[in-house]
Design a protein around this ligand. Structure first.
Ligand code: SF4
Length: 209
């Protein structure tokens, strides 16, 4: 049976296991980020915020920058928006161990205002994380994450809810979960686009049968 893929009783093929990045390379990169002072945000942050989730994510959620709670804990998406994202992950039926979460900027910008210059300085860390994690799908959260990973994408409100062929692989843009908390209208848009993502994933699963 060498090389055969296990087929569960429901007939679906089990996803092919991908090798995790070398633990030493990941730990070394994470330590480098935690110690970084390359841009002015390094002087005002409490913690650099590196990553949470599996080191072999099928789906990688990419946000914009840490907020106050993330800065305090050093973990991405742990405030109200994070709880909204965790609900979304459950809604999508993504099991623990198949998901990763990070931000474009690793340190909190003052007043939560996305800092483009800092993002350019910080970009190599994001690229190195993507190289090590190699997710099958990237889900961008908000306009800045989309613009960072797919500069030619139309504005987020046009792009959200539709799969794109990004420069480094497939991207499914969503609005930021914090936006979904701001009004009923944006909350409905969030659910609408998440439903589109869930439908797309279900179609992919059927094709794999
Ligand atoms: S935002 Fe990025 S480049 Fe700036 S100090 Fe933090 S880790 Fe370093």
């Amino acid at each position: 049976m060498t090389g055969a893929r296990r087929v569960p009783r429901d007939g679906r093929r089990a996803p092919r296991r991908r090798p995790a990045p070398a633990r030493a390379a990941w730990e070394s990169l994470s330590a480098e980020i935690r110690a970084c002072r390359r841009c002015p945000l390094g002087a005002t942050r409490t913690h650099a915020v590196v990553y949470r989730g599996s080191l072999t994510p099928e789906v990688l959620f990419v946000g914009e920058a840490p907020g106050a709670e993330e800065d305090r804990q050093g973990v991405p998406f742990v405030g109200r928006a994070g709880r909204r994202l965790d609900e979304a992950i459950r809604f999508l039926g993504l099991p623990e161990g198949t998901v990763g979460i990070l931000n474009v900027l690793k340190c909190r910008p003052p007043h939560n205002r996305f800092d483009r210059a800092a993002a350019r300085t910080c970009r190599p860390y994001l690229d190195r994380q993507l190289d090590l994690l190699r997710p099958r799908l990237i889900v961008t959260l908000g306009a800045h994450a989309l613009r960072t990973l797919d500069p030619s994408a139309p504005p987020v409100l046009q792009s959200a809810g539709t799969l794109r062929a990004g420069p480094a692989g497939p991207i499914f843009p969503l609005i930021h979960p914090a936006a979904a908390l701001r009004s009923r209208r944006w909350g409905e848009r969030w659910v609408h686009d998440l439903t589109a993502l869930r439908t797309w994933r279900a179609g992919r699963a059927r094709e794999a049968l």
